[in-house]
Design a binder for this molecule. Structure first.
Ligand code: ADP
Ligand code: MG
Length: 255
């Protein structure tokens, strides 16, 4: 059975998609079978892995709303061992449509049960909100990985996120854990970065990964080439740190 991890933070632009794509690719690189679920209507994970949205016939919306078997939506990427269930703009309608549906919280969970045995890891790239899509991701997941951008007010909004985790634990998924907290977009040139790291470590303690993701321009260029960082520029700092993160995730997995 796959370990299912949601990458979530209701703030936009904190590095969720970058982390999902590159952690996924680095786990695939060391031989793990990985499935990514793009659960954001922006579809940045989809295009970031070189999938052309006009060519997508069925996506995660069809799985969640139209109950299309998830296997019919899986696309292999050019990185061996890495596949994705894509998202396109139609997913934007899902938040409202799910409201009136049966079993609206557990639709992703039911879908993933059909493929869980085929993978080692399933990573869900969550949208920047705490709506039905995120609740579906949390209900389906073993754990949540929270990217936190190294900026002022980094912790702001996280209590809301943790509240949602508690609600999902209480009502739908008692086993849900915090997988880890990942500091992203660290800028060593400012004092602020170091202060934020300290503050987040004080709050989340051993949950914070030792690996810190620095600002790295190659990481921001890779998606426009449709490649994860280890394929776009394997010698970059970005490739190095996401490989280190993958190692940490595997070590925590074994514990
Ligand atoms: P989210 O999914 O949380 O909205 P993204 O992963 O899409 O965040 O990141 C937001 C923007 O910042 C994107 O343009 C991405 O390429 C860029 N970015 C993410 N992480 C880094 C990084 N470590 N260094 C430089 N740019 C980054
Ligand atoms: Mg995103």
């Amino acid at each position: 059975m796959a370990r299912i991890i949601s990458v979530a933070n209701q703030k936009g632009g904190v590095g969720k998609t970058t982390t999902t794509v590159n952690l996924g690719a680095c786990l695939a690189f060391v031989g793990k079978k990985v499935l990514l679920i793009d659960s954001d209507a922006q579809g940045n994970a989809t295009s970031g892995l070189g999938v052309r949205k006009p060519d997508v016939k069925q996506d995660i919306y069809d799985v969640l709303v139209n109950e299309v078997p998830i296997k019919e939506t899986i696309i292999e990427t050019s990185r061996e061992n890495l596949s994705i269930v894509p998202a396109t703009l139609q997913l934007a309608g899902a938040e409202i449509e799910l409201t009136s549906m049966m079993a609206r919280e557990s639709r992703l969970k039911s879908a993933l049960a059909e493929v869980s045995d085929d993978y080692d890891f399933i990573l869900v790239d969550c949208p920047p909100s705490l709506g039905h899509l995120t609740i579906n991701a949390f209900t389906a997941s073993d754990a949540i990985l929270i990217p936190v951008q190294c900026e002022y007010y980094a912790l702001e909004g996280l209590s809301q996120l943790l509240n949602t985790v508690r609600l999902v634990q209480k009502h739908f998924n008692p086993g849900l854990e915090i997988e880890g907290v990942l500091l992203t977009m660290y800028d060593a040139r400012t004092n602020l970065g170091a202060e934020v790291v300290e503050e987040v470590r004080r709050y989340f303690q051993e949950k914070v990964y030792d690996t810190i993701i620095p600002r790295n321009v190659r990481l921001s260029e890779a998606p426009s080439h449709g490649k994860p960082i280890i394929d776009y520029d394997p010698r970059s700092k970005g490739a190095e740190v996401y490989q280190a993160l993958a190692k940490e995730v595997l070590v925590r997995e074994q514990k």
